[in-house]
Design a protein around this ligand. Structure first.
Ligand code: SF4
Length: 460
């Protein structure tokens, strides 16, 4: 393979997809491909797809449509589709978009170099979509060298798939059943990250706190992994997401409380505040159990921030049931939440209920989304106001996008802080500093770097 080939990647969906894309680019780099930001320069175009909502799937096919036209002018270009849409649609994608050269699934990432070689050798319609591999796709890679977006913070996938089968979700059908990555492989990757100067890692999984439940040869879970990773010098901050309320054990919460390197931030989707809806979603807990769990976290981990996710317009959701979701934001006392209008996904029970007359109109979904977002907005501001006048630890990421005069970073609780500092970006990026919060806003905090008088730079 020549060293002059270029690859362009579009990624849709969750952090796990973004991490998969980084790994794919790393694999292709070893094959001599150079990642580029301009699709017109590329010899290989890859879209890493998401199927969680219809809009993301439509967007993936719209990329393919545009790329098909590009390929008509430059026939040597190869087009690949990865991710959850590939996993579910397999060779049907070749029928819908015949100019696509490679379709590969979420469990075939490690095979990408071979698939690309075949396509460039002239093989048509290269397909690799396995239903369920016996090991995590990451465990097939002895040496993971992703092309990462950041030089400071890295995502590390530790578990793929999900065993829960919530009635609205496609993940168990697209990413398959839960497979935990071997701890040795995770520790190897994190040691490498530390050696390369990374300061923060976020352990990823659809249900990250069920990590290890599928191991047959050992008793080892997320808590044990957190203790081991905390020993790695150079890594200053460890996060994990997304948690499931049924898997967040006392042992994990205790690890967060005990380990200084594990951040006091937990993202646990609630999805609905009404018990009947929760039952129909097959979430496995009641609203009260969710409230009790959040309370337990706040009791055991002082200064922790819990955030959640909500879906509005689930099939059959009444005004009263929706109202309970709005109320639950303040009752649970969470710091923030992501929201989404319910989007029917093929194969799932909820999509069938919607077809059978329980559909909530788009107009009502949008109205409910707005009401819920306003409630979350108020709650986020209320929680952020608690930071006024406090001094917090911030890991500096770079210049603020909104105001380039300021720098930006995150607190231990994952809040964005934009701050004034008497140092340049280069002097502070990647450092842990103290910032006094002067102005809490609903979705970020503003402050000033705290500099001991003896360390103040002499201004010319
Ligand atoms: S736990 Fe999460 S990933 Fe698993 S089925 Fe439910 S919503 Fe989907």
């Amino acid at each position: 393979m020549t060293t002059s080939r270029k690859v362009y990647m579009e990624t849709l969906g969750c952090q796990m997809n973004f991490n998969d894309s980084e790994v794919m680019l790393g694999l292709l780099k070893k094959e001599g491909f150079e990642p580029v930001d301009n699709k017109h320069e590329a010899d290989l175009l890859i879209v890493n797809t998401c199927q969680i909502r219809g809009s993301a799937e439509d967007k993936a096919f719209s990329y393919l449509g545009t790329w098909g036209k590009l390929k008509a002018k430059k026939p040597h270009v190869k087009i690949a589709m990865a991710g959850c849409v590939s996993q579910q649609n397999k060779d049907a994608i070749f029928k819908r978009a015949p100019y696509v050269d490679i379709v590969f699934g979420t469990q075939n990432i490690h095979e990408l170099p071979e698939l690309v070689r075949k396509a460039f050798d002239g093989e048509r319609q290269v397909l690799a979509v396995d239903r369920q591999k016996p090991r995590s796709t990451y465990d097939y890679l002895s040496d993971i060298a992703p092309v990462r977006e950041s030089d400071i913070s890295a995502w590390v996938t530790i578990i793929e798939g999900c065993d829960y089968f919530c009635t609205y979700c496609v993940v168990p059908y697209t990413r398959g059943r839960q497979i935990s990555r071997a701890p040795e492989s995770i520790i190897r990757e994190v040691l490498q990250l530390a050696a390369n100067g990374f300061k923060e890692i976020t352990l990823l999984g659809q249900t990250v706190d069920s990590y290890g439940k599928d191991f047959e040869d050992r008793q080892y879970g997320l808590a044990e992994l957190l203790y081991e990773l905390s020993e790695i010098s150079g890594i200053e901050r460890i996060r994990f997401m997304t948690s499931h309320p049924l898997d967040l054990t006392d042992r994990i919460i205790d690890a967060v409380a005990e380990l200084p390197k594990v951040m006091e931030y937990i993202h646990i989707p609630m999805q609905a505040g009404d018990d009947e809806i929760l039952e129909r979603m097959k979430r496995g807990y009641t609203s009260q159990q969710y409230y009790d769990l959040v309370r337990k976290i706040y009791d055991k981990v002082p200064n922790a921030a819990v955030t959640g996710d909500f879906i509005v317009g689930f099939p059959g959701e009444t005004d009263e049931q929706f109202r309970r979701s709005v109320e639950s934001v303040a009752i649970a006392d969470i710091h923030a939440a992501n929201t989404a209008a319910y989007s029917p996904r093929k194969q799932t029970p909820a999509a069938i209920w919607e077809e059978r007359g329980q559909e909530i109109s788009d107009e009502v979904k949008q109205e409910r989304l707005q009401i819920l977002n306003e409630a979350i907005h108020r709650q986020s501001l209320r929680k952020n106001l608690e930071y006024a006048g406090k001094t917090v630890e911030v890991l500096v990421e770079g210049k603020s996008k909104r105001n380039p005069e300021r720098l930006t970073g995150r607190t231990r609780t994952n809040k964005v802080v934009n701050f004034n500092a008497p140092y340049s970006e280069d002097e502070l990026v990647g450092k842990l500093i103290q910032v006094e919060i002067t102005e809490p806003l609903p979705f970020s905090l503003i402050g000033n770097m705290v500099v001991p008088a003896e360390a103040m730079p002499v201004l010319q």
